[in-house]
Design a protein around this ligand. Sequence first.
Ligand SMILES: Nc1ncnc2c1ncn2[C@@H]1O[C@H](COP(=O)(O)OP(=O)(O)OP(=O)(O)O)[C@@H](O)[C@H]1O
Ligand SMILES: [Mg+2]
Length: 301
Amino acid sequence: MKTTDLHTTEQQDTNTSVVFKCRGKDYSKEPLCLSGRGVTREFHTGKITTVAVDHVDFDFHKGELISIVGESGSGKTTLSKMLLGLLDMTEGEILFQGKPRDISTGAKKQEYWKGIQAIFQDPFSSYNQFHKIDEVLLDCINMRGGKKLSKQEKTDMMTEACSFVNLKFAELTNKYPFELSGGQMQRLMIARIFLLKPNILLADEPTSMIDACSRATILEMLLKLRDDTGMTVIFITHDIGLAYYISDTVYIMEHGRFVESGTPDDVMLNPKNPYTKRLISDVPKLREPWYLSTVVYNNEM
Ligand SMILES: Nc1ncnc2c1ncn2[C@@H]1O[C@H](COP(=O)(O)OP(=O)(O)OP(=O)(O)O)[C@@H](O)[C@H]1O
Ligand SMILES: [Mg+2]
């Protein structure tokens, strides 16, 4: 049994004497990491136009944990793909570290991806199944300029990355990703991020395929990585309760627009937008005690 602490600040619920915690640290004075102005994406299918992302503005800061919350179809993944440079914008501008982002050539894209990395909903589709796990991790070391390191140094780095996510490198070497469980694959994705150390991590529903206990472990690893490296984490989720629990800043997305944003307390304890109110009403126990702060470590998730 190990106690995990996902939080930096605590609040005492005087009625029940139960401690519940939230983050909500103000990062507005930190340097800008990623900003967007009027970011828009339309899809045209025959005569039908879908505005998946509709003129959104945002400022994400160094070290901030941002949750983007919205129901299915609200445009979260479309926005993620534009942030990653995997999908063109129809309109708008994205700024990276305060300057207009330039990903106009393959080389510039590669350079951009050193600064922003993602983990996705479905770990199975995130790996090239023909590449062994060693190659997956070696690629990360090479991407970070470690090509010339000795074999031993590379093995040490891979061992450290695996042990950060409670995996044993010696047991994974020479295996293929499909030989791992879903939870192990999720953790391997975090081991990749540990090696890549991007400025920004975009996590699109990274815990949706795993059970609640493993989910807490994965979240704890992500938060520890954020605390250790100061990376910005953009967490995409439909789960407003989880967003309340882990975020510094929350953006609520409806029909491609940000309808409300602020600290978890501002947005969820004092919601102004009817859509936010409806999302919250679907989480009946938001104000009641949370017991996620104690989880059992399970290496076989
Ligand atoms: N390639 C595409 N072509 C046409 N329409 C698309 C395409 N990709 C997304 N859409 C539409 O854009 C809208 C937003 O989709 P998106 O996948 O961004 O939503 P989401 O918030 O990520 O949903 P979920 O929570 O289900 O993952 C939806 O109406 C979807 O049908
Ligand atoms: Mg999605």
